[in-house]
Write a protein that binds this ligand. Sequence first.
Ligand SMILES: [Zn+2]
Length: 387
Amino acid sequence: MTISETAPSLLGQLIAFDTVSHRPVMELASFLSERCEDLGFDVQIYPDPDNAQKANVVCQAGPKKTGGLIISGHMDVVPTEDQPWQSDPFQLTELNDKLYGRGTADMKGFIACTLTALARIEVKKLSEPLTLIWTYDEEVGCHGSHKLVEVLKKQPTLLPHEALIGEPTDFRIFRMHPGHVSCQIVTTGLAAHSSKPDLGISAIKRMQTILAAIEHLEADLQKEIKHQNYLERPYVTLNVGSIKGGQAVNIVPDKCEIILGYRPLPGDNPLAVFERLNARLQELPLPAGSLRMSLLNITPALHTPEHQPLEKVLAPIASHPHAGAAAFATDGGNLALLGIHSLIFGPGSIDVAHKANEFIERAALKKGTDIVEKVIRLRCEEPLAYF
Ligand SMILES: [Zn+2]
């Protein structure tokens, strides 16, 4: 990468990789690996053991010791199908100083800022460690960071204890967010011809009693308020997002399935609600074996303590002096399992993310680049002044 390469031109290259979560991410992972190697990083690719098309990229520079900083972002983007795009979402398009394309805000814009900022810095001369972590499948449950953390727990690697995750926050600092847990509940019954319903057992009727129990739990959870000053909804929210059951109108259904998601609060055991619901369902008058509840995915909440060194660096340059809470989940919850305190802070707005005509303002890209450069210099070149 040459120093003359600007963040917008780099962003154009990043946008052109169609890294919608269900598609391969390897080409972008290789592109970023090469770029980071050129910049002076030692690069390690962590492939998904179950999917050769997916990999996390970890790039390390600076002395091998504790301290320093992680900068992280996800390489995947959300789908564009059935959205009213006015331009090709995978080709960067500029109009009135706004750069349009899928991932411009969430969050390839931040990756472009980081690589552009790094081209201005002599990475080989950093006095503190700097690690870049580029993940996959964040948008579908933070799977990439989950798998990375599983590997790193088994083969301990010296990593900085603070991370800047550049999700689009319009330069606000977020130090907490709820997580997300999804689970599947299946009821079984006995199929019969609907003209003789007494010979069968309806799995859908059994699911009705479960749905009623879930509604009671939801009402109870809404009374359990925490982090009121931070969260718009300071309680665990819960949603039955899908239901499937039965084959035909003239058959008593023998199977019904729901997928349920809830958002554990920062600092809570992410499985507490799962266990509570499981206990309540066990009390229902259903025969043994007619109900199965299983966990599908856990994205932990984020609960970074106040006034970490990185927060002190970001506060004077942020758009708001106090660290708040994001409504959306990030890779930060998984990184916390390695003892890493993350702050969510980046250019662009979450309000335009995941929609048609996603954009980032050219000025935000420039400001983001300058901020990333400043943060790296403060944390990895002359950190003593800030402790
Ligand atoms: Zn994102």
